[in-house]
Design a binder for this molecule. Structure first.
Ligand code: 5GP
Ligand code: ZN
Length: 115
């Protein structure tokens, strides 16, 4: 869809930090991360809600979120997917959030010596 921000990101018309790119699925870092490494996984086909996306594209999206989680050094994380304004969806192109939940040591990136 011509006016969609995420369709523009897929086409390279808006820059992004790309994490994954296949014929059906694209993943990139969130521009306003809730945690370092917050990523978005999207089907390339434009659709506003989960119910608008063909099963074969959805079937590829979750394994990509899994790959990102597996590649991260952070053990705990959320996968979120919002549908519609009342459900806090801001961008009308289906996306899965990968949000790392670092513990204190992971969040600092170093392990402080015990006092
Ligand atoms: P939603 O609330 O729709 O589930 O989440 C939309 C997400 O898209 C937000 O976390 C927001 O920071 C992210 N976002 C919005 N515009 C852009 C953009 O132009 N580039 C990137 N990388 N992320 C975006
Ligand atoms: Zn779109």
């Amino acid at each position: 869809m011509a006016s969609c921000i995420f369709c523009k990101i897929v086409k390279g018309e808006i820059p992004s930090f790309k994490l994954y790119d296949s014929p059906k699925v694209f993943a990139f870092l969130d521009i306003n991360p809730l945690a370092k490494g917050h990523a978005l996984v999207i089907p390339k086909t434009h659709g506003e809600k989960l119910t608008d996306i063909p099963d074969d594209e959805l079937a590829e999206a979750i394994p990509v979120a899994k790959k990102i989680a597996a590649a991260s050094a952070i053990a705990d994380y959320n996968i979120l997917q919002n549908n519609g304004k009342l459900a806090h969806q801001e961008v009308g192109h289906v996306h899965f959030h990968y949000i790392p939940k670092p513990n204190q040591e992971e969040g600092l990136g170093i392990a402080w010596p015990q006092q």
